[in-house]
Design a protein around this ligand. Sequence first.
Ligand code: AMP
Length: 282
Amino acid sequence: MPIQTFRTVQEMRAQVAAWKADGLKVGLVPTMGSLHAGHLALVKAALKKTDCVITTIFINPTQFGTGEDLDSYPRTEIEDSAKVASVGGQAMFIPTASEMYPTGFSTRVTVDGLTEVLCGAARAGHFDGVAQVVTKLLNQAHADVAFFGEKDWQQLAVIKRLARDLDIATEICGVPIVRDDYGLALSSRNRYLNEEEIAIARKLNVVLKKTAYDIAAGGFASEVCAGAVNALLEAGFQKIDYVECRHSETLELVECVNDTPCRIFGAAHIGRARLIDNSLVS
Ligand code: AMP
């Protein structure tokens, strides 16, 4: 069956209600489009756990700050729908900005604490925009399960928290990071990079993995992370927003790991791109 495209909440809800009436489980995969194998891994994970999967494309203006790449963010709707269809996804939800934010829209969603560190510190208001749009998508779709990538670990933690705090019935499921052959996490923003910059970008995961290893071996996190910042600058990154060891759920800073579940989080600028990645400390 050809892939269906919903432009309005009403159309999507009618189909979800029909699927549910037939006893089918519904999965939701929110994205901003420009889809790559990382996004398709979410669709495939969704197809394993649910019967009918809706992939959403909405380049949400409220999560972009001034001077960020909202206007130049790649828009490839036709190719994106074909890619989702090729892995078996049943439907796309591609709303307009006015469908999402009608005149008079005035509600904010803020998750305290978790959003004040890491990318939240570097990108003011970003997670308010993410929390707002994801809350809306979850309420619009009423899916059984929604899927988010572990590449954006902080985003996943924020979404799990808001779903719990606001009693949203949809289960939130994380999906492991998809990387290229050199370990670079796939990202829509990698397309901003030239060959030389890609070679530098591929060092981010190597440095974060080594940082995780050194901390697991007993190093003091603050010292090892400071070394990692220097290593990234030496590798050719222009600016490092952070390299930090934090608790996987609460995102609190961790100095000595012991048995604490934690990860190394990194964000670094190269060329026109700001890249993020994270690595488990085991
Ligand atoms: P985006 O379109 O960048 O907003 O991403 C949409 C979803 O895809 C988010 O849940 C991301 O975490 C996820 N995602 C993006 N890149 C990857 C990747 N390389 N591996 C796994 N998930 C990813």
